[in-house]
Design a protein around this ligand. Structure first.
Ligand SMILES: Cc1ncc(COP(=O)(O)O)c(C=O)c1O
Length: 356
């Protein structure tokens, strides 16, 4: 059978306006500084701090979110990172990069997130992952048994207020091209205290402090001025981008409710998601069969987070995480997706019930 070409891809990044980025770069060229915490990186941290409602001394940008997670973990003073079985492999990569040992636990079936550990352990730090753009300012401000580094890679598009973040907590966002406020590559960490932020910043510059003394052996995880220019360009366009995401999300929410499909989009009204993740557990066909069928109709899909992190570390998969992986699939979602494209996805979805 000849495969039909994909007409409706699962993602379609638009990127920030390059001309705006080039205008910003005038500042770096004027100073002759292109990395190592230059003027655009400083400006970006200030702008993000305003957006997230925290002091700029608590915000650090990195080359990507994986490095931001690693920086937060490496400088947390903890030895064991507890991560969910259900996440992108980057959560695990960051733990490895930071040199902590790892413990993998299941997510809760109500939230698809890592619940708090049952017993206190002074070596442990929790790494809950916010699924698919979810916003949870309260989590960062709540008292818990353990400190946490929240992996909110896809959640920068939401309305955050981190003014009450607890001193022992931090949260990481990604500005990767596929995310809301996507730019190319870029990571952000917000820390509950500025000493932790300073230490993580030093870690990202080989572990060097401002007098070039090595305080710890870090790595190179700095954001360059070129990256910062594109991130600033993305921020400048946020009002328009937000409008486009909300329109795209609305189309998918309406189509899902017409079809009686459960989607993770619904549970996050008011926030923004770059994913249209649908619960296909009520359909008889297996997920691979569903994927093939969409593909035969020219529609791209993606199993987000298809690997068990427990298995990747040589252990076992976990019950609810596995249930999610077997039952949920990402359908096309991007800015400027048209009504016609969403209708076409919906029509194909209706036919799934007839698959054997
Ligand atoms: C849950 C999660 N954590 C971390 C990352 C890593 O982000 P980055 O690509 O900016 O390193 C991603 C996405 O790529 C992700 O989905």
């Amino acid at each position: 059978v000849a495969l039909k070409r994909i007409d409706i891809p699962v993602i379609r990044p638009l990127g920030p306006n390059p001309r705006v980025a080039v205008d910003y770069l005038e500042m770096s060229f004027a100073r002759g500084q292109f990395s190592n915490f230059g003027p655009l990186v400083n400006l970006l941290e200030q702008r993000l701090a305003d957006r997230l409602q925290v002091p700029s001394s608590n915000v650090v940008v990195f080359s990507n979110a994986t490095s931001a997670l690693a920086a937060a973990l490496a400088t947390s003073g903890r030895k064991v990172a507890r991560i969910p079985d259900l996440s992108f492999v980057a959560t695990l990569s960051a733990v490895r990069q930071a040199g902590l040992s790892v413990r993998v636990d299941d997510v809760s079936p109500d939230t698809w997130m890592l619940p708090e550990a049952e017993t206190a352990d002074s070596d442990l730090i929790n790494v809950p992952v916010l699924p698919f753009g979810r916003v949870d300012s309260q989590l960062l401000g709540s008292q818990s048994l353990h400190p946490m580094v929240v992996d909110g890679a896809a959640s920068l598009g939401g309305d955050w207020n981190l003014a009450d973040i607890k001193s022992e907590n931090s949260v990481v966002f990604s500005m990767h091209a596929t995310k809301p406020l996507g730019s190319g590559e870029g990571g952000i960490a917000v820390f509950g205290n500025s000493d932790w932020a300073r230490s993580a910043r030093e870690w990202s510059n080989f572990g060097m402090n401002s007098s070039r003394h090595i305080t710890q052996v870090g790595t190179n995880a700095k954001m360059s001025e070129f990256q910062a220019a594109f991130c600033l360009s993305a921020l400048d366009n946020w009002a328009e981008e937000k409008h486009e995401w909300l329109e795209a999300n609305d189309l998918a929410i309406q189509a899902s409710s017409r079809l009686g499909l459960e989607t993770l989009l619904k549970s996050q009204a008011g926030n923004i998601s770059s994913y249209w993740i649908v619960d296909f557990r009520s359909i008889k066909a297996t997920l691979p069969r569903i994927v093939d069928y969409f593909s035969s109709q020219g529609i791209g899909t993606r199993s987000w987070w298809p690997h068990s992190l427990g298995e990747l570390v040589g252990g076992e998969t976990k019950t609810y995480s596995e249930e999610f992986r077997r039952g949920f699939l990402g359908l096309p979602m991007y800015r400027r997706i048209t009504k016609k494209e969403v209708e076409s996805v919906a029509k194909t979805t209706e036919k799934l019930a007839t698959l054997g």
